[in-house]
Design a binder for this molecule. Structure first.
Ligand code: SF4
Length: 319
């Protein structure tokens, strides 16, 4: 599978099948300090919406997987190597999933950079859940943390978020990721808090840097996140960051195609062995053997972050 990944057990969404509508080099309207997909290449830092990968191929993969009625997940989630709404036909793909499997819920993870555009807004109604990001309360911090494409401002993001709240009937889970020394100072937290209260998301999920980031930045402790939650005092707040969850495996035969699946998973986000082993249904020894083989072949590398070990794609320039 080139465009589908997982299913993985995500802390926020439960068991989730990922749909990635961007090419492996990553295409995004932002180049966030904390991004777990690595840096956004300069020429692919853009607000341009186009058919970045062939829609028909994505549909073929979806049809193959979802036509098995025993295939079940909590969500089919549009996310991956960049901003999904930059794919000009993301709405068509989402509707295709709903037609194939009306029983499955659809989620969209977005950086909210295009939500003020009418042609994007009208495609959103097919989703059950939208989780947009908001990491700053001022233009200055927005530029620092999200490193946007030319022409993208916090004002545009907020315009999109307000339109989303006015027009979208499904659930909205707003996510804020806190980075030490960047958006965690009291004045910025206060501004972000004011926006959260104004936007009234169904959940406000606060998170921090838990996987190896694109740039050399550090996350907050659980106590610090809890303090922010207390200060902002938004009644529907979840502190998501810090702990990792165990991943279970679904619909995967023991060890089947483990190499390909491992590469697919870590390409989208570096993952610790304790997540990968159960997802691939591999024992300790088999897993270590596989990782060593892929290291020898120059396909993956081991990196440390926050005292944990992660398997990441080799050759990727982080920090
Ligand atoms: S975190 Fe999301 S919005 Fe930020 S650079 Fe990565 S993919 Fe783009």
């Amino acid at each position: 599978m080139k465009y589908l990944f997982g299913p993985v057990l995500s802390r926020r969404l439960g068991l989730s099948l990922g749909v990635d509508l961007l090419p492996p080099q990553k295409v995004c309207s932002m180049d966030c300090l904390y991004c777990e997909c690595g840096k956004t290449p300069r020429r692919l830092l853009t607000l341009e919406r186009r058919e970045w990968v062939p829609t028909d191929e994505v549909k073929r993969e979806l049809e193959y997987l979802l036509s098995d009625p025993s295939f079940e997940v909590d969500f089919v989630t549009f996310s991956g190597n960049g901003e999904p709404t930059l794919h000009s036909r993301f709405g068509e793909v989402a509707r295709f999933v709903k037609e194939l499997r009306p029983d499955l819920r659809l989620a969209l993870l977005t950086n909210a950079s295009t939500l003020d555009e009418p042609e994007v807004l009208k495609e959103l109604e097919v989703f059950d859940l939208i989780s947009p990001s908001l990491d700053a309360g001022s233009e200055e911090v927005f530029k620092k943390i999200n490193r946007p494409a030319e022409g993208l401002t916090l004002e545009k993001v907020l315009r999109g978020l307000r339109k989303l709240r006015e027009n979208f009937q499904g659930e909205v889970w707003l996510e804020t990721l806190f980075v030490r020394g960047i958006n965690d100072h009291p004045a910025e937290v206060e501004r972000i808090g004011e926006l959260v209260h104004e936007l009234e998301p169904d959940r406000w999920q606060i998170n921090t840097v838990v996987r190896p980031p694109a740039y050399r930045v550090r996350g907050l402790t659980e106590e610090e996140l809890l303090k922010i939650a207390e200060l902002v005092a938004y009644p529907k707040t979840d502190v998501v960051g810090i702990g990792m969850i165990p991943v279970k495996s679904v619909g995967v035969k023991r060890g089947s195609d483990a190499e390909r699946r491992l590469l697919e998973l870590v390409r989208r986000r570096p993952s610790p062995p304790e997540e990968l082993k159960p997802a691939l249904r591999l024992g300790d020894e088999e897993f270590e053997r596989l990782v060593q083989k892929l290291q020898r072949e120059g396909k993956v590398k081991l990196v440390s972050h926050g005292g944990r070990r992660f398997v990441a794609p080799a050759g990727e320039d982080r920090n």
